[in-house]
Design a protein around this ligand. Structure first.
Ligand SMILES: Nc1ncnc2c1ncn2[C@@H]1O[C@H](COP(=O)(O)OP(=O)(O)O)[C@@H](O)[C@H]1O
Ligand SMILES: Cc1cn([C@H]2C[C@H](O)[C@@H](COP(=O)(O)O)O2)c(=O)[nH]c1=O
Length: 231
């Protein structure tokens, strides 16, 4: 019996890497699948991981109907056994419902990958519907870390280096990390009308205190990166 699985985590915790590995392992055994993406940092029609892997994918627009897409494939004689859906937080609620229907009525496994909450700690529409409908929500084994060493559970948005808690929900961008950026060399901070946007993953405590690594460094330069006192 097929499953709808939501692999959830913060930014930079290895979701796209796992998505590409799951696709690779299935294809290596002759299974047929379709890879979907939306607003990948590396560009359209692509799933990319910070480890340097990337593969072409079908870009999901708001008007994309997964059910109709799969029906068309079936009518054309293409047998599909699984779907990999990256950046699923950006999908609409209706699209997540279409994916659940595909699992139940076409017996196709759907593996969705995405961040649960935005920089304001509010659920994205796609993630909300996935939490509501998935057979399983799986937290990734590789944990992204807050600057204090705790598991990072939240995503902070930095505009010109300052953490913000208001703004548009969707701004494509990367974590503020030179090593991470090295795998996508053309990925500069996203320039918007309001400034340069980057993200940083934090534990809840430091997200709520708006204590980014830069602010912590200013407050107590000697305590980074791992402070026993943990401000
Ligand atoms: N230079 C590196 N060496 C080893 N691992 C790396 C390197 N750069 C990134 N990673 C790994 O890749 C992960 C990010 O993978 P990615 O699939 O892009 O994340 P996500 O899709 O969740 O944002 C990091 O958490 C880290 O484990
Ligand atoms: C927190 C947050 C993130 N985003 C964007 C930034 C990235 O383009 C993606 C997440 O990609 P990743 O592979 O998981 O790193 O989401 C956003 O638009 N709004 C937000 O609040």
């Amino acid at each position: 019996m097929a499953d709808l699985v939501f692999f959830a985590g913060t930014m930079d915790c290895g979701k796209s890497t796992l998505a590409l590995q799951m696709d690779h392992n299935r294809r290596a055994r002759g299974h047929r699948g379709v890879l979907f993406c939306k607003f990948d940092r590396a560009g359209e029609q692509m799933v990319s991981s910070r480890l340097g892997l990337r593969r072409p994918a079908v870009e999901v627009g708001d008007d994309m109907d997964f059910w109709a897409y799969l029906v068309d494939l079936a009518v054309g004689g293409t047998v599909v056994q699984y779907l990999i859906c990256d950046e699923a937080q950006f999908y609409t609620s209706a699209q997540i419902e279409q994916l659940a229907r595909i699992v139940d009525e076409m017996d196709i496994d759907v593996y969705a990958f995405g961040i649960t909450a935005d920089f304001r700690t509010e659920l994205f529409p796609g993630s909300k519907r996935l939490v509501e409908l998935a057979d399983r929500v799986q937290v990734l084994q590789v944990e992204a870390l807050c600057w204090c060493g705790r598991r990072a559970t939240h995503n902070a948005r930095l505009v010109d280096g300052q953490m913000v808690t208001e703004g548009e929900q969707v701004i494509v961008g990367d974590v503020d990390d030179a090593a991470a950026r090295a795998s996508v060399p053309d990925a500069a901070p996203a320039a918007t009308d309001s400034g340069n946007v980057e993200y940083e993953v934090l534990c809840r405590r430091h997200h709520m205190r708006r204590m980014t690594s830069a602010r912590a460094r200013q407050a107590a330069p000697q305590v980074l990166p791992f402070d026993e006192a943990r401000p």
